[in-house]
Ligand binder design. Structure first.
Ligand code: AQP
Length: 333
């Protein structure tokens, strides 16, 4: 069955291994499926839900597009564009926010985590972020949305919003209720410094993550310094959840080698961490170093990147403007 794929990445800098293994690797696999129609969006409207430096934002928009291409997404096969270039996203988000319930948004754990203790000072945009995400997806009748595990709750909300809109306006199946595509294994990559914390762009410690722009030496150094414990490598998966850092590193290794956790455990059973870390660095360097080099090369050609984004935006606009026209009509505008 052909799939209509939509997903987005925020241009907030420091794209990392979690973004790659949780989302972008999946984008690449899906985009090579012959019958799939893929749209990958640099979600810059989402990025400004927290304060951004305008010059940095511009640079990060290009860098995110470059990362998509460097990871293996072909801009001639898939649409790559940035969200702010297609005004239907903002318009649809407003209309959908009028059918969404405050109670639904109050349950979103990402807002609670990102707003922290001082919720009163968080932006309204950060609070209504999942409604904009629903608009992004629903404008393109996406059937499938590849994301990391942290976005599961937002996708469930997107499904609720689509169903509520269809009910409220009495239009069966007008908004396509999308399916999440979340890898069952290794869909949440954790910090290299704390196995209980998600690997994240905004972590103040650069040693907590492998950036997709890191070079060989940086990768090797970060893995050397990654937190482990005093025991040897595990014998089996029993009680591995009590060793979150070790479980995370083994998960990263397994995901990069496309093998299951048990195979990786067997490979390093009762060995010293130094031996495992050396192998892990090797597979990371093999995967990330070429992506990092290609990102740098692409960033030297700003004209090319801007052309890709402009052409992608034109294609996206063609699809989204038709859908928003129908939405406007249903609403009574
Ligand atoms: N640690 C992760 N493990 C697996 N998947 C992850 N994703 C993000 N972090 C991990 C997935 O990457 C895609 C793009 O994410 P985003 O651009 O929306 O940013 P985010 O989730 O806000 O990323 P960060 O790094 O966590 O940023 P900050 O520090 O700002 O909170 C999504 O599909 C996401 O699931």
């Amino acid at each position: 069955m052909s799939k209509k794929i939509f997903s987005g990445v925020q241009p907030t800098g420091n794209l990392h291994l979690g973004n790659y293994l949780g989302a972008i690797k999946n984008f690449v696999e899906l985009s090579s499926g012959k019958d799939n129609q893929c749209i990958f969006c640099v979600v810059d409207l989402h990025a400004i839900t927290v304060k951004q430096n305008p010059k940095e934002l511009k640079k990060n928009i290009r860098e995110t597009a470059a990362t998509f291409i460097a990871s293996g997404i072909d801009p001639n096969q898939s649409i790559i564009f940035n969200q702010s270039m297609v005004s239907a996203h903002a318009e649809a988000a407003w209309i959908l926010s009028c059918v969404s319930k405050i109670g639904w948004l109050n349950r979103m754990t990402q807002f609670k985590e990102k707003a922290g203790k001082d919720k009163e000072k968080a932006s309204i945009g950060l609070y209504s972020y999942p409604v904009l995400m629903a608009a992004d997806i629903l404008l393109y009748d996406a059937t499938h949305v590849p994301v990391g595990d942290d976005q599961k709750q937002h996708l469930e909300l997107c499904r609720d919003i689509a169903q509520k809109f269809n009910n409220d306006y009495n239009v069966t199946d007008f908004l396509q209720v999308p399916e999440p595509l979340i890898h069952k294994k290794f869909s949440r990559i954790m910090s290299l410094k704390d196995g209980k914390k998600k690997m994240s762009k905004s972590d103040p410690s650069d040693l907590s993550r492998i950036n997709l722009t890191d070079q060989k030496d940086e990768i090797v150094n970060k893995i050397k310094k990654a937190k482990t414990d005093n025991s040897l490598m595990p014998e089996n998966s029993k009680n591995l959840n009590k060793r979150p850092e070790v479980e995370n590193l083994l998960g990263i290794y397994s995901s990069l080698k496309n093998q299951n956790l048990e195979e990786s455990i067997n490979e390093f059973q009762r060995k010293n961490f130094s031996e495992f870390k050396e192998k892990l660095s090797d597979v990371l360097v093999e995967k990330i170093d070429p992506i990092s080099k290609e990102i740098k090369k692409l960033l030297d050609d700003v004209k090319y990147l801007d052309k890709i984004l402009l052409e992608g935006s034109n294609k996206a606009n063609e699809i989204a403007s038709k859908k928003i026209k129908e939405i406007r009509k249903l609403v009574g505008f």
